[in-house]
Design a protein around this ligand. Structure first.
Ligand code: ADP
Ligand code: MG
Length: 154
């Protein structure tokens, strides 16, 4: 199933991701593809918001290859069970990595947990996990973006 939406601002792109996050079962993998500046990180920020995570935490990873964001334990929110990863978001950016470095990240194991896994520059993966969602963002010029969301077959 493929859904294509056009957005006109970073906030709108984040909003598309926020809504999507609400439909993602634990352990979902989101493969993000698109040029530098397309809005992949903006999309991940929206996923975080949809999972109840402070989206300001989400930035382009610098030295950390895999960043984990946990839901904030604000009023009315139960603390997430330690170590289970449920409700948390793992953010991976493959931009600076190649071949063996990517293999060493252990993405297969990460995607076996209950956290949602969002991977930028996912086209660098040799063998993406089965059943992953593909999100492709194209810059249409100015602030316009086309976001294509393809749900993989399980
Ligand atoms: P990427 O992670 O793909 O390199 P970022 O999310 O870091 O891209 O940056 C996207 C840039 O494009 C931001 O500066 C953002 O403000 C800008 N932008 C403009 N319009 C949009 C839009 N419709 N959706 C997402 N980002 C947008
Ligand atoms: Mg990015």
């Amino acid at each position: 199933m493929t859904e294509v939406v056009r957005t006109e601002s970073e906030e709108e792109t984040a909003g598309v991701a926020r809504r999507l996050a609400g439909q993602l079962p634990p352990g979902s993998v989101v493969l993000l593809t698109g040029d530098l500046g397309a809005g992949k990180t903006a999309f991940v920020r929206g996923l975080a918001a949809g999972l109840g995570i402070d989206s300001e935490e989400v930035s382009s990873p610098t030295f950390t290859l895999v960043q984990e964001y946990r839901p904030s334990t604000g009023a009315g929110r139960p603390a997430p069970a330690e170590g289970r990863g449920e409700g948390s978001l793992l953010h991976v950016d493959l931009y600076r990595l190649q071949g063996a470095e990517i293999d060493d990240l252990g993405l297969d194991e990460l995607s076996e947990g209950t956290a949602v896994v969002a991977i930028e520059w996912a086209e660098r993966l040799g063998a993406p996990p089965a059943g992953a969602l593909r999100v492709t963002i194209a810059d249409l010029g100015g602030d316009a973006r086309e976001i294509r969301i393809e749900r993989g077959r399980q």
